[in-house]
Design a protein around this ligand. Structure first.
Ligand code: FAD
Length: 459
């Protein structure tokens, strides 16, 4: 190792290479907090060429590495394993170009998502990717995990926003696939190998993203419904009536809604009374007045039909923010709930209500005193599950039981956060043996010495 470190020191200046106790605890684990481990060496290259040289050396020395973006991942993927050297992308940040006519943005992979959102906004454009970790997560991490977020119902996951990218392979080879064209069928579309593969096939270094025109008006409502079948009816009706303008359809079960209001005193319910389900609905339009009228008329109709029990429309940006704070309150909840099994799964939207009831019934029968909080991006089949008893020793067992039930319902063990290390053993519940074999074939072809994010996604 000392020989390798000497050679790495010749590539990087001192602040870009740290050893042992000089490495801050921040780099010991991602935000899942699971199994922290200090990397032996931390490298922060500034350019693709430096990163290429680093990987060529690691390849030569059979040195395993872990790739670290903003470390907001919740699957343990960026957490170092014993003996790994960590490569952080945080110094590879900055926007290279914004093309207002093609509506594209080109940036280095270590740029925080929020910086890109703000830059698009400055050009009266929008990057339709948003998640609670926006200030810390990096676009390279978003691409590598194919992140979802709150606008997937309209714009798709990160994969749908990436036109091109640049990546460095395990042996240091640079792949320049910085396509800016919407249509390009010239051979394999190699970017997809790196999107959602969680750093196991290559390190994303630059990206070209497709932007959208910024909508002129945003309309937000908090709605209440009596049962899950009404949730589905409302979703179908809103999709039909509002078309592609429907950009948010976030469901909160009463267990989540009531808990978040109880724990965060600054929040209050804009609705009077209690209901089994609450929905945060967001609609974008290009005309403020017409949009407001259309949104109100569509919701009023659903009230008349009895699909909605109640609804309140935000009258200002501040109102809308308050509605979203209820949905985003999960971040604060985590700080007080103790050991929580935190899962993000997906199922056909029609099955989610039954799955949720079944899940609660089974967990409550097995773990006396358990609390189950449910919410999610239901418009795109995705539900989040937080289950806790207060006892650390139950956490893994609860996670295991949830995964098994997802397998029974033929759902996906992870909708957004990725497999990482924490869900690796459950991958066969969601993917066939032939699919996993093909993933491994790709891994061997692109990383024959298995030095890149080894042991993530599969063993
Ligand atoms: P990291 O955590 O650093 O890494 C994640 C994985 O990607 C690791 O395997 C790492 O090795 C790899 N990686 C990172 N950068 C690169 C790179 N440049 N090249 C190759 N591999 C790389 N996720 C969602 O999908 N939707 C949400 O709505 C959402 N909400 C969240 C809310 C909160 C409060 C938090 C804490 C997390 C949330 N997440 C969500 C999870 C997380 O923010 C995303 O997975 C995010 O995309 C991770 O980006 P990151 O830069 O922090 O990556």
């Amino acid at each position: 190792m000392s020989n390798l470190i000497d050679k790495l020191s010749a590539i990087l200046d001192r602040p870009s290479l740290s050893l042992g106790e000089d490495i801050s605890e921040k780099y010991h684990a991602d935000w899942s907090g699971a199994d922290p481990c200090a990397p032996s060496v931390l490298l922060k290259p500034k350019t693709t060429d430096q990163l290429s040289e680093i990987m060529a050396l690691c390849f030569q020395y059979d040195q395993p590495v872990v790739i670290q973006g903003g470390l907001t991942g919740l699957a343990g993927g960026a957490t170092p394993l014993v003996g790994e050297l960590a490569i952080s992308l945080e110094r590879m940040r900055g926007i290279e170009a914004i093309d207002p006519s093609g509506m594209t943005l080109t940036a280095l992979a270590g740029t925080p998502l929020q910086v890109l959102q703000d830059a698009a906004d400055d050009h009266n454009l929008s990057l339709p990717l948003d998640l609670g970790a926006r200030g810390s997560c990096q676009i390279g991490g978003n691409v590598s995990t194919n992140a979802g977020g709150t606008e997937v119902i309209r714009y798709g996951m990160t994969r749908a926003l990436v036109l091109g990218l640049e990546a460095v392979l395990a042996d240091g080879t640079q792949i320049n696939a910085m396509n800016t064209l919407v249509k390009n069928n010239s051979g394999y579309d190699l970017k997809h190998l790196f999107i959602g593969s969680e750093g196991t096939l290559g390190i994303v270094t630059r990206v070209v993203l497709q932007l959208q025109p910024k909508a002129r008006s945003t309309h937000t409502a908090l709605c209440a419904v009596a049962d899950y079948s009404s949730v589905i009816k409302l979703l179908v009706q809103l999709k039909r009536s509002l078309g592609p303008g429907l950009t948010g359809f976030e469901l909160m079960w009463d267990n989540y809604y009531e808990k978040v209001l109880e724990v965060i005193p600054a929040l209050s319910s804009p609705l009077e009374g209690q209901f089994p389900f609450y929905l945060l609905v967001e609609y974008l339009d290009n005309d403020q007045q017409l949009g407001a009228d259309r949104f109100e008329a569509v919701l009023y109709k659903q009230l008349e039909l009895g699909v909605l029990q109640d609804a309140v429309i935000a009258k200002s940006y501040q109102d809308a923010e308050k509605f979203w704070q209820i949905r985003d309150g999960i971040g604060e909840l985590f700080q007080v709930l103790g050991p929580v099994s935190n899962q993000d799964v997906s199922l056909p939207v029609a099955d989610i209500g039954l799955f949720a009831t079944d899940l609660e019934r089974r967990l409550k029968a097995k773990y006396p005193g358990i609390s189950v909080l449910l919410f999610g991006h239901i418009g795109d089949n995705n539900m989040h599950i937080c289950a806790y008893t207060g006892r650390e020793e139950d956490k893994t067992k609860i996670s295991h039981d949830i995964m098994q039930l997802i397998g029974e319902y033929s759902g996906a063990i992870t909708a957004e956060h990725g497999v990482g290390v924490l869900k690796r053993d459950y991958l066969p519940l969601s993917r066939s043996a032939a699919e996993i074999a093909l993933m491994k074939t790709l891994k061997v072809a692109m990383d024959p010495k298995a030095i890149l994010n080894r042991g993530r996604v599969f063993e």
